[in-house]
Design a protein around this ligand. Structure first.
Ligand SMILES: [Zn+2]
Length: 291
């Protein structure tokens, strides 16, 4: 059987072919809207059902973490407005790491809001190349996204400050060379709550942990990342994907009237321990397979 495409539809067909792999790869929860909500204090969830974006509101304007997909800016803007804040007050844009599901929308959000883009040193060339400089996906066009200029490069331990809020950038690399776990201290009822937004401790399918010419230190950096993650004090456990911290379940508990549902130090510890075991198992498997 031959496929006959009317000449007038050729362009449309070619376009569909070009975007199909990306559409097929998309998890529906990545684009499904989710009710925006207050996590604690001045920290809000403004992402989709699984792609987490966070808004930190300050008197000097707001900080947004994760621009997500190219198409996510509309959802993020709606969520910010629904909470009663202005998208145009976004002054600083941060990311969890330089993969398209967390940073593809950065160029658009910079353009729409004028926000300054702060990125961890080793992820900066990747976002500025639109994903072409990624150690794993450089040859995969479905992982590309609009290149976005970095306004300020952050290094491990650097801070981002706005309107009295201080966020600290912890390099927890391996997943990307500049994967960043963001922390902030939040005063609440005379106590300090430690907020941790995990960058990603996951080993993706196809990652070479042994003999990786494009990222020789990958295993070493994952190991260091786990040491950092285990050392961070955590009360409020968050991450680059809602799934890391069972966001939808915790939200459901909150809707039923439970208080402080996002305070979960034990959930944080067991998540990190589980991910470290998965990393160690994959490293052992690859090391054993090496001739
Ligand atoms: Zn990723």
């Amino acid at each position: 059987m031959t496929l006959r495409i009317p000449p007038g539809r050729m362009l449309l067909f070619a376009l569909l072919l070009a975007v199909a792999p990306r559409l097929l790869a998309l998890n529906p929860a990545w684009t499904r809207p989710f009710p925006p909500h207050r996590i604690a204090g001045n920290l809000y969830y403004v992402g989709s059902e699984d792609l987490a974006s966070y808004l930190i509101v300050t008197p000097k304007g707001n900080i947004l973490i994760n621009s997500s997909l190219e198409s996510s800016s509309a959802l993020i803007r709606r969520s910010i407005r629904a909470l009663g804040f202005k998208f145009s007050d976004t002054k600083i844009l941060l990311i969890s790491h330089a993969h398209y599901d967390h940073c593809a929308g950065s160029e658009r959000i910079k353009k729409l809001t004028g926000a300054k883009y702060f990125v961890m040193d080793a992820d900066a060339p990747v976002v500025e190349s639109g994903g072409k400089a990624d150690f794993q996906y450089s040859a995969d066009p479905t992982q590309r996204y609009p290149a976005a200029k970095v306004d300020r490069v952050r290094r491990d331990g650097d801070t981002v400050r706005l309107g009295g809020v201080v966020l600290t950038a912890h390099k927890t690399a391996g997943h990307t060379k500049g994967t960043t776990t963001w922390t902030m201290d939040m005063p609440q009822h005379g106590k300090t709550l430690h907020v941790v937004i995990v960058g990603s401790p996951n080993v993706n399918p196809g990652y070479k942990l042994v003999g990786n010419d494009k990222y020789p230190k990958i295993a070493e950096e994952y190991k260091h990342g786990f040491e950092v993650l285990k050392s961070l004090p955590c009360d409020i456990f968050l991450g680059a994907h809602g799934g890391y911290y069972d966001m939808t379940q915790k939200y459901a508990h909150m809707k039923r009237g439970e208080a402080n549902v996002f305070i979960d130090p034990d959930g944080y510890k067991s998540y990190i321990a589980d991910r470290e075991r998965a990393f160690e198992a994959e490293l052992a498997r690859q090391s054993a397979a090496k001739p």
